[in-house]
Design a binder for this molecule. Structure first.
Ligand code: PLP
Length: 360
């Protein structure tokens, strides 16, 4: 029986990558040691890091105006790093809030800098949605504008990019990076925890405009200091070497499989299949307005919630793993990142149809 893992993160990685990693686990490149057991400053590992960065630059079309950093501390590490590096005296950092993660980012930033939170949700009649970015009431001046293009828990995605005449635009792309084409030049800093579309948890990717590195910010730990990490090639201290290795493998897999453009086409097809099924069912529902629906995280509810635990148990037995919704919002959630094939979503839809028939 094929098993499909719908976990929101740490999430399913491409099976081909996992197989190769397994083969290389104890003997990488014939060196007689694992990539985890060698110096991060060895010529072999340095070559890996160069290859990894070049691959990400090609995949996302990242110009020389940006530095690419591989940092510790996942997404939340960046919740702290952003205000610590980008704080400006007498200015407020603007946090656009559209769900659980963007609100957590505000809470963390509040420890270090003055923030202004802006609610960009537009919920009406029990339907969740996001205001058009043109209607976000951004103040004339700010140290930076932070937002989360894909709210992993709430299942809300923002496809437009906000702009501001002076303040840099910062995006937490933890659960949307590499899932669709974006123009990196519309941003000043993009960050992402790796454990959805990139690799193992712990490592974070930061794509930062070089001009921003001149900001002094606040006193900060070295491992969260963008300028220092840029100067040190993301090796101020020992980096998470295995996670970096696996990220390089995932990027190579992406390039070999048509890059972000091909992923986006597949992600649209997967999301359409699942949302169309839910919309045409009177057994399940999704509460997000069509224009704000996430392509990566699809929350859904059984109209009869007393069947929830039966659904979770039986889907698990059918090889459809980790469908229970986030504890904050309840219901179910299917995370369908890049590594999830269309067949996995089809298997889920088939199961949902059969479950609905048996329990109606
Ligand atoms: N931001 C978003 C959008 C997330 O989905 C997550 C985790 O799932 C985080 C931040 C936090 O990431 P981490 O657990 O790596 O700190």
């Amino acid at each position: 029986m094929s098993k499909y893992n719908f976990c929101a993160g740490p999430a399913m990685l491409p099976p081909a990558v996992m197989k190769k990693a397994q083969q290389e686990f104890i003997d990488w490149q014939g060196l007689g040691v694992s990539v985890m057991e060698m110096s991060h400053r060895s010529k072999e590992f340095l070559a890996l890091t160069k290859k990894c960065e070049a691959s990400l630059r090609r995949l996302m079309n990242i110009s020389d105006e940006f530095e690419v950093l591989f940092m510790h501390g996942g997404g939340r590490g960046q919740f702290s790093a952003v205000p610590l590096n980008l704080h400006q005296e007498n200015k407020s950092a603007v946090y656009c809030e559209n769900g659980v993660w963007s609100k957590s980012a505000t809470d963390e930033a509040n420890k270090f800098t003055q923030t202004t939170a802006i609610d960009v949700r537009n919920d009406t009649d029990g339907q969740f949605s996001i205001k058009a970015v043109a209607d976000w009431q951004l103040p004339a001046d700010a140290s930076y504008i932070h937002y989360c293009p894909n709210e992993t828990v709430d299942g809300l995605e923002i496809f437009d990019v906000p702009s501001h005449p002076t303040a840099p635009i910062i995006a937490d792309m933890s659960s949307t990076i590499l899932s669709r084409e974006i123009d990196v030049n519309q941003f000043d800093l993009i960050y992402a925890g790796a454990q959805k579309n990139i690799g193992p948890s712990g490592i974070a990717i930061v794509i930062v405009r070089k001009t921003l590195l001149a900001r002094e910010g606040l006193p900060k730990p070295g491992i969260l200091d963008y300028a220092l990490e840029a100067k040190q090639g993301s090796m101020f201290n020992t980096p998470p070497t295995f996670a970096w290795y696996l990220a390089a493998e995932v990027f190579q897999w992406l390039e070999q499989n048509g890059g972000v453009k091909a992923m986006e086409a597949q992600n649209i097809a997967k999301a359409e299949l699942l949302y169309n099924f839910i919309d045409n069912s009177d057994f399940y529902s999704n509460k997000v307005a069509k224009h704000s629906r996430s392509r990566m995280n699809v929350p859904f509810w059984l109209n009869d919630e007393s069947l929830n635990s039966k659904f979770v148990a039986q889907s698990n037995e059918a090889g459809l793993l980790a469908l229970e919704g986030h504890r904050i919002v309840g219901g179910m959630r299917a995370s369908i990142y890049n590594a999830m094939p269309l067949e996995g979503v089809q298997a889920l839809v088939d199961f949902m149809a059969a479950f609905a028939k048996e329990n109606s």
